[in-house]
Ligand binder design. Structure first.
Ligand code: HEC
Length: 318
């Protein structure tokens, strides 16, 4: 009988402990996170990556659809005047979903929200006609913040204006690439979260809380089996290296356990020729057996390929 009594007390305590911890886990962060102002990193990330890169109804098969295009703008798209030092803008073509912070400006946090609405006119942006955004700096109640500016409202630059003047090498499909990162399960091995340990020396500084406003999913990863990638674009900005490494990691790291992602090149290369994967593999095997001096060349990717997006995303991780 005594055992039964203990069981009853145990179940009540268990209920209280579970209820309490779930309240803390689910409810408290929802209050806290909205009270943190977005950092410049969070704003840039939101604009570059767009609305949602996990499973969602706009892109149920995770094909990298419904994503913005980053443009390194060198001249004013209306007047043609050169822009001193260039400017990074994010083009949301008509129909592309806006990031969470623009749909629900409260997510941007104190100061950033007011500046983005009052000076940046983000609430004037319309999905049907599309918009062009950038990150700007301003002062609110004596404090400096970065905020989002809707250039379609403030300067009259439409998505079509910007795309017309941009060259292919100025474009970044990092948003599409983040979808590839999620879909391909890179996070099984890689983290996007250097820790507060010796990680500093190898992988760079850990992120701050305000770096995540509006990001979904965060893709932190958990059990790290491979280098952290949060700042990979700062230590390796070579597109050539990335191409070789993704086509077959063993081309550059002979003992790498990373899978090859050659299928992200798709059917055709940059010149529109069909990629002959079987031939490539046969030549690579000859190279490994010492019958060839060098491995076969990695095909150049088409500009709308999935690998282009993934490499753009890697290089955007500064
Ligand atoms: C099975 C585990 C595994 C998976 C899955 C994996 N990687 Fe890797 N990756 C590694 C390992 C191990 C290394 C280190 C050796 C090397 O460079 O190949 C690495 C290295 C890298 C590097 C170079 C890092 C540096 O510090 O320079 C990049 C970039 C990278 N991976 C990106 C990716 C992306 C993007 C994906 C998903 C498309 C992916 N990896 C999937 C294991 C993995």
């Amino acid at each position: 009988m005594a055992g039964f009594r203990e069981y009853k007390i145990g179940s009540k305590l268990f209920g209280i402990a579970l209820g309490g911890s779930m309240t803390i886990t689910l409810f408290f962060p929802s209050i806290n996170i909205a009270s943190v102002s977005s950092s410049e990193i969070a704003l840039t990330k939101q604009l570059a990556i767009g609305h949602e890169t996990g499973f969602n109804l706009d892109d149920p098969l995770l094909l990298g659809k419904n994503k913005p295009i980053g443009v390194a703008l060198k001249a004013d798209p209306k007047s043609g005047q050169p822009l001193e030092g260039g400017m990074m803008v994010y083009v949301y073509q008509p129909g592309t979903s806006f990031p969470a912070g623009i749909l629900h400006t409260r997510i941007l946090g104190a100061g950033v929200e007011e500046l983005s609405v009052q000076q940046g006119h983000v609430t004037d942006a319309r999905k049907d006609s599309g918009a062009v955004f950038t990150v700007n700096k301003g002062t609110y109640e004596g404090k400096q913040y970065s905020y989002i500016e809707n250039l379609t409202a403030t300067k009259g630059w439409t998505p079509a204006d910007v795309i017309r003047v941009a060259k292919d090498e100025d474009l970044s499909n990092a948003g599409k690439g983040k979808t590839m990162f999620v879909r391909e399960g890179c996070w099984w091995c890689h983290t996007l979260l250097p820790e507060e340990t010796q990680d500093w020396q190898v992988f760079g500084a850990p992120p701050m809380l305000g770096d995540f406003n509006g990001e979904s999913p965060t893709a932190f990863g958990s059990d790290r089996k491979a280098p952290d990638l949060l700042h990979v674009g700062s230590r390796n900005s070579s597109r050539e290296w990335m191409m070789m490494h993704f086509f077959n990691p063993r081309l550059v790291q002979p003992h790498s356990i990373m899978p090859r992602f050659d299928y992200l090149w798709g059917e055709k290369d940059a010149a529109g020729q069909k990629i002959d994967y079987a031939k490539w593999r046969a030549e690579y095997d000859e190279y490994r057996e010492g019958k060839r001096v060098s491995p076969p060349d990695v095909p150049s990717y088409a500009s709308d390929s999935e690998i282009r997006g993934l490499i753009d995303f890697m290089l955007s991780l500064k």
